[in-house]
Write a protein of this length. Structure first.
Length: 131
């Protein structure tokens, strides 16, 4: 298995972890009875950290389809290179760093982690787009 595919697998694990983190934060606030119920009642706004975890999850889900696509295209076409392997690792580790930075409200570094992940995404796509 290529490094790009391994990083894709770990990114999917990260996506699942982010789902769990948000769900645990929400359940901690609203309670297990709410979580196991129909969830029909109006609830107070989520605490800021839970809201940030939800936004961090949504942010990953915005670029995840693109990451999946470029990794699969690189793999299927055999156009993966050392550059795309590095890019996949950069994307993954930047996304890992992004979660706690966003959860704890670290402004500048959070944005930097996002930019680094986008650069990693570009490195994966470059061998596909530039012959």
């Amino acid at each position: 298995m290529t490094i790009e595919l391994v990083m894709l697998a770990w990114t999917l694990v990260l996506a699942f972890i982010q789902i769990l983190l948000f769900d645990m934060a929400r359940t901690a606030q609203y309670g297990l009875k709410w979580n196991t119920g129909a969830r029909d009642e109006e609830m107070p706004p989520l605490h800021p950290r839970a809201q940030r975890l939800q936004r961090a999850q949504a942010n990953l889900f915005e670029t995840l389809p693109i990451f999946i696509g470029v990794v699969l295209i690189a793999h299927v076409t055999g156009r993966g290179t050392e550059l795309s392997a590095i890019g996949a690792q950069v994307y993954f580790w930047a996304r890992v760093a992004y979660v706690p930075l966003y959860a704890f409200g670290v402004r500048g570094l959070r944005s930097l982690a996002w930019l680094i992940s986008i650069a990693g995404l570009g490195l994966v796509a470059a061998p596909i787009l530039v012959p």
